[in-house]
Write a protein that binds this ligand. Structure first.
Ligand SMILES: [Zn+2]
Length: 265
């Protein structure tokens, strides 16, 4: 499943190239899966330069100097990447934005996943999931006090459920939620009402630490022997204490934890 650090990596790989470049042609490979007005595309995308690329949770917003925005939702397995125009698109290809130099920005996602919308201006109110999205966990606004307040409003929810609730925090999915719980030392199935403010603050600290490291040093994080994310397999041992990891369902998702290192409260 695509999570925030994965989206950040994808953006890093194309934003530097695409920013400031003019889109010479827009090719749509799957008409049904794109919410794009053809007239508006011709008027505000084709022949216009990309102004900037932003991430919000698992959304990517490609802003054009014309004032229009292409909004991509990655879904569980969406990809956004640069490719040569001579490479044939694969079956998941949805849309391609071509540049004069022979490369193109592609968005691909399996059927029933991912979304693309064209928004003229700054009114994103038509995009329900985007509008309801919580704060980006790496933004300055996402302070410890804000997290404690948002989490405390869901007392009966599990810690993992809060971390994965996109209306509270945008961009955290199954694997990083487990990693945050592991690094902070709390069980993912712990109910928020059974946690103190200090414990929630500690979760906030590790949430930022885990996501920042995975974003800035993805490869190192994914090779770190101290990270749970690298042990997500049946029969694995805890990277800290070598006890057998436990797997269980929390918030309907397959969850890994160390019963010894992760405390009940
Ligand atoms: Zn352990």
């Amino acid at each position: 499943m695509i999570e925030l650090p994965d989206v950040e990596r994808m953006i890093d790989a194309f934003a530097g190239y695409a920013t400031g470049k003019t889109v010479s042609a827009v090719l749509i490979d799957n008409e049904e899966s794109v919410d794009i007005d053809p007239e508006l595309t011709e008027e505000k995308i084709q022949g216009h330069a990309i102004d900037s690329v932003e991430r919000h949770g698992r959304f990517v917003v490609v802003r054009f100097r014309s004032g229009a925005n292409l909004v991509f939702h990655m879904g569980n397995d969406g990809r956004i990447f640069l490719e040569s125009q001579t490479t044939p698109p694969d079956e998941d290809s949805r849309i391609r934005l071509q540049f004069a130099a022979g490369r193109e920005l592609r968005f691909a996602a399996p059927a029933d996943e991912g979304e693309i919308h064209l928004v003229d201006g700054e009114d994103f109110s038509g995009l329900g999931t985007f509008e309801r999205l919580g704060l980006d966990p790496l933004s300055e606004e996402f302070t410890s006090a804000v997290f404690v307040k948002l989490a405390s409003a869901k007392p009966r929810t599990s810690l993992k459920g809060v971390l994965m609730n996109q209306e509270i925090v945008a961009g955290i999915g199954n694997e990083y939620a487990d990693e945050i719980c592991f690094q902070a030392g709390y069980r993912p199935d712990l109910k928020v009402k059974d946690m103190t403010v200090e414990q929630l603050e500690r979760v906030h600290t590790y949430l930022r630490r885990v996501l920042r490291r995975a974003t800035l040093h993805w490869q190192a994080a994914h090779a770190d022997p101290g990270w749970l994310i690298n042990r997500r397999a049946p029969g694995s041992d805890c990277p800290r204490c070598s006890s057998s990891l436990k797997s269980m369902s929390v918030s309907g998702r397959k969850t890994y934890l160390c019963p010894r290192c992760q405390r009940v409260a």
